[in-house]
Design a binder for this molecule. Structure first.
Ligand code: PAU
Ligand code: NA
Length: 612
């Protein structure tokens, strides 16, 4: 397919730039293997000694779910369908605030080692194991997409050996993850995130220049109909609207940033609860920047190619390849830049795969092995390292599976997050917010949720594929002329929407929201049928007191309404931090009121904990 323009080749300097990425990543692993506690305990290998601060955590949190899939998939989405997808940025507000103020305080104060330990504390061992297995399943499929995507893109455009690239990513990742543990994974994420941004900036810089400046890019994109206003259409089967992206996206973000072990492990590895919360505040601008850069690349590509679509000209075989084609086409006169962009692509994937290896090793150790076998710390650490290595090999195998069934990578990845991550989110929400939910309800909810998720997800896949077949059939028939009107109407009749078809055409952006809601509803129904849990039997600290917090908020307002009442309200508002000075209660300033808004009791707890 590439013959039309010839396969582009890397110059020596490109190989040097790219090689440096691999060497530095491995060096970070080596450094952490021989510094600190030398990775001799599982606390260090899997929890980074609970010593991390918010800045590296923020960059690492972003890197986990930002793989080559986003780097090549997002610009391709904008290039073909316009800027509507950009509105997913609206979902980042609630999608990060909710984990920061609801999920993190619960996880952190329970001093967990894995997110799924929560499920045992709240429900039972069975729920924990079901949760762990679901997570393992999700991450293994996702890793396959994550490792295959950059390798395929590179292969299609530069002729770089496909399985050579897969092996390079898999091996480098396995080495530094196994040697350096979570600390190496997080610090490598920091370095790789910087490389990622550098590569994207370089492409935008050169692309804007080639297209004739920013104003020209804007004009061409607007004239080509690629600038989209917010689409308020409430139809849930529309792929991208404000509702699917901005509201459905919140559930996607909750599944990823709220309850996914890879992220929860980072919150838990934080030095204090406050640092963990801060890291989510800091990841917000980083995510917005990453989204903006990849959307801009899409617009710049459009400005450069407009009438000259490389897919139609058959320079590329798949929509997702347009970015690398563009990079090799535009950057070849700038030695080193193609190498930088490939480094960017590999950085994105390395940081995702390494987080996946480490989190998979953690849950296998903490949730599946440690509760059932007692072993010495040194043995446990060795076993954790072997697990990280084994998951590395498994990841290579998954790349092969993805090689066989491929579709648009961005949609595939987000569908997986919703189909497997959505039901998991549901189980956690059932635990946090519904005291009466019991273990039977949680397990039934999860199983039904997963079944519905796969039914809708696979139904959608099959329906889309048969629609493509129908579409191509009908155009073939139409080409023959008038005589064939009969068959055409037949096609129209068979494609009349039924309830099932409507279900299958649900936007993939809603998967997380719909599937988690199903788990909550089924979970509650079954809990009430099998005997709801009494609130006094629920492990303390595992519930989020929704009503309690609302009531407190209400009382806060009540106490503050007339400022003159401050000195009389000490008794009625026990949760307010009153400053005692010489025996008199002083007024709490507006700023302090802001700070004490929800997590008042939280703060006291954290301060107590961190001083221990
Ligand atoms: C996770 C989000 C939605 C956050 O913006 C985005 O980065 C994304 O769609 N990622 C796709 C999966 C990936 O890049 O591997
Ligand atoms: Na990544």
């Amino acid at each position: 397919m590439m013959e039309a323009l010839g396969v582009k080749h890397f110059s020596t300097i490109d190989f040097v730039v790219f090689g440096m990425l691999l060497v530095i990543s491995v060096s970070i692993g080596l450094y952490h293997a021989f510094s600190g506690g030398r990775q001799r305990t599982t606390q260090e290998f899997l929890m980074a000694d609970r010593s991390m601060s918010c800045l590296p955590l923020a960059l690492s949190l972003m890197a986990t779910f930002q793989s080559a899939v986003a780097i090549v998939g997002t610009p391709a989405e904008i290039f073909y369908n316009g800027t509507q997808y950009w509105f997913i940025g609206c979902a980042y507000f609630l999608g990060l605030l909710i984990p920061a103020h609801i999920f993190i305080p619960i996880f952190y104060r329970l001093r967990l080692n894995s997110a799924y330990q929560y499920l045992e504390l709240r429900f039972s061992k069975t729920v924990r194991i079901c949760g762990t297995i679901t997570f393992i399943f999700q991450m293994i499929i996702y890793m396959g997409v994550g490792i295959y995507t950059p390798a395929l893109a590179l292969n299609a455009v530069t002729g770089f050996h496909l399985w050579g690239a897969v092996l390079a990513i898999g091996l480098v990742c396995t080495v530094y993850t196994t040697l350096g543990g979570l600390k190496a994974v997080i610090w490598a994420d920091v370095f790789q995130t910087l490389v990622m941004f550098a590569g994207q900036f370089a492409v935008i810089g050169v692309g804007v220049h080639q297209a004739g400046g920013p104003a020209e890019v804007w004009r061409k994109a607007r004239d080509g109909g690629r600038i989209s206003g917010i689409d308020w259409n409430p139809d849930p089967t529309q792929r991208h609207t404000f509702w699917t992206l901005g509201v459905g996206g919140v559930f996607l973000m909750l599944a990823l940033y709220g309850v996914n072990q890879a992220q929860v492990q980072r919150y838990l590895s934080s030095r204090t609860e406050k640092q963990a919360i801060m890291s989510l505040y800091m990841v917000f601008p980083c995510l917005q920047l990453a989204l903006a850069l990849s959307c801009l690349i899409g617009l710049v590509m459009f400005a450069c190619y407009k009438e000259d679509n490389p897919l139609q000209k058959q320079y590329i075989a798949k929509k997702d390849q347009v970015v690398l084609y563009f990079v090799m086409d535009m950057l070849q006169d700038f030695p080193g830049l193609p190498g930088l962009f490939v480094a960017c692509l590999f950085s994105a994937s390395l940081s995702t795969i390494s987080s996946a290896f480490n989190s998979l090793a953690t849950v296998t150790m903490e949730d599946l092995i440690k509760p059932h076998f007692t072993m010495e710390e040194s043995k446990a650490t060795l076993l954790s390292k072997m697990l990280a290595f084994l998951y590395g090999l498994l990841c290579l195998a998954m790349a092969y599976v993805v090689h066989i069934l491929h579709s648009s990578v961005l949609q595939a990845a987000i569908s997986i997050f919703g189909m497997v991550g959505g039901p998991l989110l549901g189980v956690f929400c059932l635990g946090f917010f519904f005291p009466s939910a019991n273990s039977t309800g949680a397990v039934t909810g999860l199983v039904v949720g997963l079944a519905v998720a796969f039914w809708i997800g696979i139904g959608n896949f099959v329906a889309r594929n048969s629609a493509i077949v129908l579409e191509s059939n009908s155009t073939d028939i139409l080409d023959l002329g008038n005589i064939t009107m009969g068959p055409v109407t037949a096609v129209v009749e068979t494609s009349q929407p039924s309830i099932l078809q409507a279900l299958y055409s649900l936007s993939y952006m809603w998967y997380s929201g719909v599937n988690s809601t199903i788990v909550v509803i089924i979970g509650l129904l079954v809990s009430y049928m099998t005997g709801p849990m009494a609130e006094k039997d629920v492990t303390p600290g595992t519930l989020y007191p929704v009503w309690g917090n609302l009531r407190r908020l209400f009382q806060l307002r009540g106490c503050y309404a007339p400022p003159a009442q401050h000195n009389t309200s000490a008794q009625e508002c026990p949760i307010l931090p009153q400053k005692e000075m010489n025996g008199t209660v002083t007024k709490v300033t507006a700023e302090e009121e802001q700070q004490t808004f929800l997590p008042v009791t939280a703060k006291v707890l954290v301060e107590q904990e961190s001083s221990v």
